[in-house]
Write a protein that binds this ligand. Structure first.
Ligand code: CP
Ligand code: NVA
Length: 307
C-alpha cells in the first residue's frame, strides 16, 4: 500500500512522473473535463485545523474525476481524543477508498497510514506539506520548463511548507536557499533528509539568516506566514522578530529579473508579503493555489492506480 506522507518517500523520477500526470490532467480539465477515473471512490477529508485550499481542491479533484469526498471536521472525529487513531483508521478503511488528513503532530498521519488498508495522504502536518510542494513544483515547471538549475529561495520561518519545498526542489535539481531568523530553523531531521536528497541530485542547499543574500540570483522567492496554525500563542514574539524577512518590492528587486514570488496562502498581507508584490507582475500566488487541484488529482490517480 502506497501512501503520500512526504515527497521524500518517493524517488525523484516518481515525483516527476506525478507532475507529468498533473500537467496532463490540467490540460484535459480545461479541454472539456477529466475522465471519471475515480468513479465509485470516496475520499475522507479529515481536518484537525482550518483550510480553504486543501479542503476545496481535494473535494473538487474527486468530483472532477467522477468520485466524491466526505469532509470530517475536527469536532466530529476527535482524532486520538474521542477515539484512537488506530481505530479511526481501521473503521474508515471499511467505508472509503482513501483518506486525506490535516493534523498537528506528524506522527498522527503516520499512525493513520500504519493502520489503514486504503491510501492516506498528508494534507499538512506540523512537519511537512507535501501536497503544497507538488503544486509549487508544478507552478515552477510551468513557468520555467523544469526545476533543474533554478535557484529557489525561501524567506521566513523554517516551517512545514519550507521543509517540503526544500525536499522537492533539491529532488528535482533546483538549488535551495533559506533565510530565517536565528531560532526559527527547520527541524534537524528535515535538514538531514535534504542533505541526502541534494547529494543524490547534485543540488545545493544553503542556510542563511540574511534575506538579501538569500534572494540574490533567485528565480523563485517563496514565503509563508510567520505564525503557523497551532503557534498562535507565539504570535507577538514572532511579529517582533520576522519583519526584516518581509517579501516586499525592494527584496524582489534584488532577485533575478524573471523571478516569481510564491506563497502557499493564506497570506497575512503586509506582514510576510506586501500587497504590491502579492498583486504585482512577479506574483504566482493564485496559479499556485489553483495548481493544488491538478497536482492532487495526479497524486490521487497514482494512489488509486488509475492513471
Ligand atoms: N495552502 C494551504 O494548504 O491552504 P489551506 O490551509 O487553506 O488548505
Ligand atoms: N505554515 C502554515 C501553512 C498553512 C497552509 C501553517 O502550518 O499554518
Amino acid at each position: 500500500m502506497k501512501h503520500f506522507l512526504d515527497v521524500s518517500d518517493y524517488s525523484p523520477a516518481e515525483i516527476q512522473d506525478i507532475l507529468d500526470v498533473a500537467i496532463r490532467l490540467k490540460k484535459e480539465h480545461f479541454a472539456g473535463g477529466n475522465k471519471p477515473l475515480f468513479k465509485g471512490k470516496v475520499l475522507a477529508l479529515i481536518f484537525q485545523k482550518p483550510s480553504l485550499r486543501t479542503r476545496v481542491s481535494f473535494d473538487m479533484a474527486m468530483r472532477h474525476m467522477g468520485g466524491d469526498a466526505l469532509y470530517l471536521s475536527p469536532a466530529e472525529i476527535g482524532l486520538g481524543k474521542r477515539e484512537s487513531i488506530a481505530d479511526v483508521s481501521r473503521v474508515l478503511s471499511g467505508y472509503v477508498q482513501g483518506m486525506m488528513a490535516r493534523v498537528f503532530e506528524h506522527e498522527h498521519v503516520v499512525e493513520l497510514a500504519r493502520w489503514a488498508s486504503v491510501p492516506v495522504i498528508n494534507g499538512l502536518s506540523d512537519f511537512s506539506h507535501p501536497c503544497q510542494a507538488m503544486a509549487d513544483a508544478q507552478t515552477i515547471i510551468e513557468k520555467f520548463g523544469s526545476m533543474k538549475g533554478l535557484n529557489v529561495s525561501y524567506v521566513g520561518d523554517g516551517n512545514n511548507v519550507a521543509v517540503s519545498l526544500m525536499h522537492i526542489s533539491v529532488m528535482l535539481g533546483a538549488n535551495f536557499t533559506i533565510a530565517n531568523p536565528e531560532g526559527y530553523d527547520m527541524p534537524k531531521a528535515a535538514m538531514e533528509t535534504g542533505a541526502k536528497l541534494a547529494q543524490a541530485s547534485g543540488a545545493k542547499i544553503t542556510y542563511l539568516t540574511d534575506p538579501h543574500q538569500a534572494v540574490s540570483g533567485a528565480h523563485v522567492i517563496y514565503t509563508d506566514t510567520w505564525t503557523s496554525m497551532g503557534q498562535e500563542e507565539e504570535t507577538a514574539r514572532r511579529e517582533a522578530v520576522f519583519p526584516p524577512y518581509q517579501v516586499n518590492a525592494r527584496l524582489v528587486s534584488e532577485a533575478d529579473k524573471d523571478v516569481i514570488v510564491m506563497h502557499c496562502l493564506p497570506a497575512h498581507r503586509n506582514h510576510e508579503l506586501t500587497d504590491d508584490v502579492a498583486d504585482g507582475p512577479h506574483s504566482a500566488i493564485f496559479p499556485q493555489a489553483h495548481n493544488r487541484l491538478h497536482a492532487q488529482k495526479a497524486v490521487l490517480a497514482r494512489l488509486f492506480e488509475v492513471a
